[in-house]
Design a protein. Structure first.
Ligand code: 5GP
Length: 116
């Protein structure tokens, strides 16, 4: 287990105090520590998956839930009408820095571009 994976696991186990925006039996969402846009939420599975390369058929429900929660949070934060962006970075060339699968939800201003 590396330190970067630990960060999200420590958030999940409440060892690092972070305001949890949403949690259920499969996923948890919290604000990004270094927001790239006015709204920048991270949605992660409750059980460890390192990267998008590591998913399989057993993860279909979790991956679907991550999208559903992104849409739910976007509505709750009133960015659904103007629009938003969801991003999953994978490995070095995808710009992944934390090796614990996470989905970025970015909104609150126009033309958000992330890593390109
Ligand atoms: P990646 O580059 O791996 O797709 O995104 C990792 C994200 O995690 C970055 O946007 C970064 O700001 C965020 N992040 C890193 N460490 C922490 C932390 O300790 N707490 C929170 N809330 N976000 C973090």
């Amino acid at each position: 287990m590396n330190n970067k994976k630990n960060i999200f696991q420590q958030i999940l186990s409440k060892k690092i105090i972070t305001k949890i925006i949403y949690e259920d039996n499969l996923v948890t969402a919290f604000n990004d520590i270094k927001p790239q846009s006015p709204i920048h939420v991270l949605i992660i599975p409750n059980n460890f998956i390192s990267t998008l390369n590591d998913i399989n058929k057993n993860h279909e429900l979790i991956l679907g839930r991550m999208l559903l929660v992104a849409s739910k949070i976007a509505k709750k934060m009133l960015i659904d009408k103007d629009g938003y962006r969801v991003v999953i970075n994978c490995n070095k060339n995808g710009g992944q820095t934390i090796f614990y699968l996470h989905m970025h939800l970015l909104g609150g201003r126009q033309g958000i571009k992330f890593f390109f």
